[in-house]
Design a protein around this ligand. Structure first.
Ligand code: C2O
Length: 581
């Protein structure tokens, strides 16, 4: 610069000297602080193998830690350290993959309009790339932040980091986050994501707000379970059956039922909740499991459904809520019973399992303790529930969105067949959407390709549906040729569920277009059909069965909307760098 070439006066030299020494001392200070922070981080994030896995029940009580519900947006920063370690959520020790040594993983609690920044540090062993998907987030104009390996990104390699950064607009309610690399979430990379909105509409209908995550639980790592499933000898396609179920990451396990006595087994503990008599609780129920459908109830209490998958519903009081993998419900429960202790029951519907696992006790319990009651162990009588015959959603006619919207007519409709077939040389049964069985692209993603101008994809593994640019409403008719039901999830959208049923969809099939339920995960019944409509927005969106074993065997396809807009997306360089090619 010209200024630098001028002879400096002594004052200027002195000034430079002062500036330089200030810069140097600031740098030194920053270095020391950095080291100190780094060391504390390190001591928090890499405990010795013997440190117990953390379960923080406090984090499931929302609006704690002075959290303020407001329409004033802010930016919230998180750091996720993903490691492989041993853990025993139900007292049975196994290898797990976890975030920040916590299971379930850390709560993300925010307000509508907030920007969420999450630095993910992959500290997994070699060969285990990872990603985090924000289930149900629209990712408007940030499709590359959707966190889906092979679709919207390449995996974050071990030893490396990636920072997700997106803004939550136009949505509120109950969501979750999970790894979207292989079957990793089944091994522990899951947590709740709650979006508050002062204008949600029913904030005055409850006093306390709590998260209840329920999930099935396997005693083997997911690649081992998958190997049993993806096997030519498994001609019936029997999915792995879990050993247990968990409520907020806890349950008992009968160690006598364990087949390997050399594995440490202490039997675990049950989750428990405290009710203050007369108070009303909003329970945010999330099925974060791999395969099992649950029926949820609290002895002696009515559950009033007010939200499904982030959409506010007209209140309906029921005794028992069936919940499929990846779905969410908000249930308002009033502590209006005799002061006492009651069981919360999450019962695995065994009619949806391929076989009975002797180790599995399908009745997963947690204690609800009324303040002032004697003791803490419930003695409420068993209501004697039996498993529903069908593995389907809570009756959609019970779910009427408060913000009523009729399903608009579609501009384009696609007919899609979902099936499992053993037609390859290896005789393994793969999942197909029409004639394509999905598996993630290696070293690239469909979004990376689309952003670079690629218009055709490898149809052996990628079924990418591209509606016309001017189609504002898209309809999908999914016909299921499988004897199992499939909770299908569409990334980045909520859809209208116009109808589901047994048998074949036909042109005279009755569709409900009058304010039908809107959600992001809906079940296509066994040998049945479902019809959905949605308003697409630009991006690459996975549409898949959320049952982990089905998804991993290929029951997935993609919706690409407005490729020219995708090409024009100014994607961040660090995102591009995740893909080596
Ligand atoms: Cu919960 Cu493909 O997502």
């Amino acid at each position: 610069m010209k200024e630098d070439s001028l002879p400096a006066s002594r004052f200027q030299r002195n000034k430079r000297c002062i500036i330089w020494s200030t810069v140097i001392s600031l740098c030194a200070l920053a270095l020391i602080l950095g080291l100190a922070i780094g060391l504390t981080r390190k001591s928090q994030s890499s405990p010795s193998e013997n440190d117990a896995l953390q379960n923080f029940p406090e984090q499931f009580i929302l609006s704690g830690n002075n959290f303020t519900i407001t329409s004033q947006p802010t930016t919230r920063y998180y750091e996720f350290n993903i490691t492989q370690r041993n853990g025993s959520p139900d007292g049975f020790e196994r290898t797990m993959l976890v975030v920040n040594n916590q299971f379930p993983g850390p709560l993300i609690e925010c307000n509508i309009g907030d920007r969420i920044v999450v630095k993910v540090n992959n500290q997994l062993p070699d060969g285990q790339g990872t990603s985090i998907h924000w289930h149900g987030m629209f990712q408007t104009n940030t499709t590359w932040m959707d966190g889906t390996v092979g679709v919207t990104q390449c995996p974050i390699p071990p030893g490396e980091s990636f920072t997700y950064n997106y803004t939550i607009t136009e949505q509120r309610g109950t969501y979750w986050w999970h790894s979207h690399a292989k079957g990793q979430y089944t091994d522990g990379i899951v947590g709740p994501l709650i979006v508050h909105d002062p204008n949600e509409g029913f904030m005055n209908d409850y006093d306390e707000d709590i998260v209840v995550m329920i999930s099935d639980w396997y005693h083997e790592l997911s690649p081992i379970s998958l190997a049993q499933y993806a096997n030519a000898d498994n001609t019936e396609g029997a999915e792995p059956v879990p050993e247990n179920g968990l409520i907020n990451g806890l349950n008992l396990f009968d160690c006598n039922g364990s087949t390997n006595s050399s594995i440490p087994c202490t039997g675990g503990t049950q989750a428990n909740f405290t009710f203050v008599p007369g108070k009303r609780y909003r329970i945010r129920l999330i099925n974060t499991g791999a395969f099992a459908e649950f029926d949820f109830s609290i002895d002696g209490h009515k559950l009033t459904v007010v939200e499904a998958d982030g959409v506010a519903m007209k209140p309906v009081a029921i005794d028992r809520v069936p919940i499929q993998v990846a779905q969410r419900y908000s249930l308002i429960v009033e502590a209006n019973q005799t002061v006492g202790n009651y069981w919360m029951r999450a019962i695995i519907n065994q009619n949806c399992l391929a076989y009975t696992n002797d180790a599995l006790n399908p009745v997963v319990l947690a204690a609800v303790h009324y303040e002032g009651a004697n003791g803490t162990i419930p003695n409420s009588p068993d209501p004697g529930y039996s498993d529903p015959v069908d593995c389907v959603d809570l009756d959609p006619s019970d779910l009427k969105p408060v913000d009523g919207m009729d399903a608009p007519p579609y501009d384009v409709s696609y007919y899609i067949e979902a099936s499992f077939q053993a037609i390859r040389e290896d005789r393994i049964r793969y999942g197909y959407m029409n004639t394509t069985s999905w598996s993630p692209l290696q070293n690239t993603s469909t979004l990376q390709q689309a952003n670079a101008g690629v218009t055709t994809f490898d149809t052996n593994t990628q079924f990418v549906l591209t509606p016309p640019d001017n189609a504002t409403v898209v309809q999908l008719i999914i016909q299921n040729f499988d004897d199992g039901s499939h909770p299908f999830h569409l990334h980045g959208h909520t859809f209208w569920l116009l109808g589901t049923g047994a048998g074949y969809y036909a042109s005279n099939t009755n569709l409900n277009t009058t304010n039908p339920v809107r959600r992001d995960t809906g079940t296509v019944p066994a040998f049945g059909y479902a019809i959905i409509r949605f308003i697409p927005h630009p991006g690459m969106w996975l549409f898949h069965c959320h049952l982990v074993w089905h998804h991993l065997m290929g029951l997935a396809m993609q919706i690409q909307y407005q490729p020219s807009v995708i090409r024009s997306f100014d994607v961040p360089q660090d995102w591009k760098n995740l893909c080596p090619s």
